[in-house]
Design a protein around this ligand. Structure first.
Ligand SMILES: Nc1ncnc2c1ncn2[C@@H]1O[C@H](COP(=O)(O)OP(=O)(O)OP(=O)(O)O)[C@@H](O)[C@H]1O
Length: 228
């Protein structure tokens, strides 16, 4: 199965080339994307999710062109960003998770079972009937993850998914993302311990991908490059 293939990709936002001439072939199941603030990591995640468009070059995600095959991409790729408010749309927790299944042909019972299993998996079962907009920041992030995972995606693109979470929930989410072999993962993170748990790491510096390889090696280069 193909993963992520970028060839000579540039992305311009406003009058800035935020990504420049990025060529990347990712086949590993779990990939960490690391680098300094403003280096272009989120733009890379948005590119893979079809939310940013390449000005030049070719992008393939699971063999799909994110700019053209949007519906297929939405079906197979789940996206989790650090701000969960942007992803919560329905009044209650259970309704919000069910909303993620709206395009799947399921009986009422199948839908309900899938929602319940996902809520249990993310520790949200007791909050099922709560107002989704009254949750804490961390609970909202768990809900956003729940909505992403209930669709059984082939690839999860996650941008700082543990940013709002306390230590136990961060651990729980990291374990779901990293240890569930059912999906591939591209994980943008500043948490270097988390990056170390991935199969491969990608270092982004000033709009370019400067290193791809074993996390220990890439993290060593990153740490050596930081000017304190
Ligand atoms: N909509 C936009 N218009 C113009 N410039 C933008 C836009 N969005 C981001 N940028 C710029 O693009 C660059 C890369 O931003 P990006 O969010 O991809 O970085 P990042 O590596 O994810 O940073 P962080 O670690 O702080 O989240 C930054 O200089 C940012 O100011």
């Amino acid at each position: 199965m193909s993963g992520v293939e970028l060839e000579g990709v540039s992305v311009r936002l406003g009058d800035t080339d935020v990504l420049r001439d990025v060529t990347l072939s990712l086949r590993a199941r779990t990939v960490a994307v690391i680098g300094e603030n403003g280096s272009g990591k989120s733009t890379l995640a948005r590119l893979l999710s079809g939310l940013a468009v390449a000005r030049e070059g070719t992008v393939r995600v699971l063999g799909l062109d994110p700019a053209r095959q949007v519906a297929e991409l939405r079906r197979r790729v789940a996206v989790v960003f650090s701000n969960p408010d942007a992803q919560i749309v329905m009044p209650t927790v259970a309704e919000d998770v069910a909303f993620s299944l709206r395009t799947e042909k399921l009986s009422r019972q199948e839908r309900s079972e899938r929602v319940t299993a996902a809520l249990v998996r993310f520790g949200l079962a007791e909050l099922a009937d709560r107002s989704s907009h009254e949750l804490s920041g961390g609970q909202k992030q768990l809900l956003a993850l729940c909505g992403a995972f209930v669709r059984d995606p082939e690839l999860v693109v996650a941008d700082e998914p543990t940013a709002y979470l306390d230590a136990p929930n961060a651990r729980r989410v990291a374990d779901h993302l990293l240890e569930d072999a059912a999906h591939r993962l591209v994980l943008v993170t500043h948490d270097l311990a988390l990056a170390r748990r991935c199969d491969v790491a990608v270092l982004v510096q000033d709009g370019s991908v400067t290193e791809v390889g074993a996390p220990d090696d890439v993290l060593a280069s990153y740490e050596a490059s930081i000017r304190w």
